[in-house]
Ligand binder design. Sequence first.
Ligand code: NAD
Length: 259
Amino acid sequence: MQLKGKTAVVTGSTSGIGLGIAHALAEAGANVVMNGLGDEKDNAEPIRAVAAHGTRVAFHDADMLRHNQIADMVAAAERNFGRLDILVNNAGIQHVSPVEEFPIEKWDAVIAINLSAPFHAIRAAVPGMKARRHGRIINICSAHSLTASPNKSAYIAAKHGLAGLTKTVALELAEHGVTSNAISPGFVWTPLVERQIPDLARTQGISEAEAREQILSRQPTREFVTVEQVGALAAFLASDAAASITGANYSIDGGWTAQ
Ligand code: NAD
């Protein structure tokens, strides 16, 4: 129970990678504030599943498009649990389109949720972490924070930006007991990836089975990363053993970015 007594906020934790991280942190003993689209009732099943680890679990419905709601989520965590030790900025969306056809409102939403929301959450969480001289900021980036692919201009711009934000925050907080690191997964089988299959098939004129193969062809292991593997890495970065790791961007991508 290496995280016993700690409190975590995990954005976008009602599904996919965020849910995997919420499970891993709760399993390690942390209380967890979960977040995602919809209300508590809509998300009853994942909340119940994380609470089954036996720590305190709460839900906050902050919309990552609204900076005041993000600040309120951080304040509520500190108020209700007395502290916020671990902030995992995970919520993210994708949109696939050639740059000249990229819908402007989709560009704005991808940048807002994948890049600006982590800034707003960090901005709100840092004063308390600094005062307590302890904090772990973990930003879920992507192999696309290190490399590019066609038709994902907004996502790749946002993830490269988030990798830069991670490093800047690490330097600013290095003497305050607060670390800031990124995790950059390759393809993880989650609803976000599942939704890309029909788009890819359509834009490339291939079948959905071929689209799935094409996605995995980027990953030398030819296997999807699992949410449990990402959760385990997040739990390690949140632990005391990772106190000297800051400003790092951990690839967990089956060798994709080694190529
Ligand atoms: P997902 O679609 O399964 O889950 C996204 C989560 O974000 C959900 O809980 C959803 O409710 C929440 N969310 C979306 N919009 C929101 C909003 N406006 N306000 C609050 N919550 C919102 O996605 P995932 O695949 O688990 O991705 C999670 C993160 O991991 C994202 O940042 C994504 O870019 C990153 N990532 C995913 C992969 C992958 O292969 N799945 C690879 C690299 C990085």
